[in-house]
Write a protein that binds this ligand. Structure first.
Ligand SMILES: [Zn+2]
Length: 169
């Protein structure tokens, strides 16, 4: 099952990217909604490197540390590639991406990561889930900004159930 944590670049980190088909499925299901992209094993490897760099940068942000230089370099390079080009069909008014590529999609992901890591207010909202069985990176987009779980339904409820059992033991 695909897991989304509410922020494009962090969604890529929690994606399973073992095969070209995994990446294609993620691209279609992500907020980018990139359909029908062709993807080579080389492009899959590039996407995995972007995911690793986002993870390294986000973990550093979650620990209030500077992101590793190589991760920043890789994200800067990916973001420098042309992003996706939007297209509106004048007749049907359908929105689509014009000849989308993996590189353009990864440029979008890297741009999102750089915006997140480059802004103190957004950096503060990058966290790892407080559920020790999860520890997934997530972005807290709640107004007070005090979320502890990647998903209140998945991990928040588990944690509350555990606390309840502990109290009644
Ligand atoms: Zn979690």
């Amino acid at each position: 099952m695909m897991q989304f944590v509410g922020r494009l670049s962090l969604d890529l980190v929690s994606a399973e990217l073992r095969t070209v088909d995994h990446l294609k499925a993620w691209l279609a299901d992500s907020t980018l909604e990139v359909e029908g992209v062709s993807c080579s094993p080389r492009e899959l490897a590039a996407a995995r490197r972007v995911a690793k760099a986002v993870e390294a940068g986000a973990l550093a942000a979650a620990r209030s540390r500077r992101p590793p230089d190589d991760a920043v370099k890789l994200l800067n390079r990916a973001a420098a590639m042309p992003p996706l080009t939007p297209r509106l069909d004048p007749m049907t008014r359908d929105f689509s991406w014009q000849r989308p590529t993996v590189s353009a999609a990864m440029s979008e992901v890297a741009r999102d990561a750089l915006a997140m890591l480059g802004d103190p207010e957004q950096r503060r909202r990058v966290r790892t889930c407080a559920n020790p069985d999860c520890e997934r990176l997530f972005y807290d987009d709640s107004r007070p900004g005090r979320r502890r779980w990647c998903s209140p339904e998945r991990c928040g409820d588990q944690a509350r159930a555990r606390a309840y059992r502990a109290r009644h033991r």
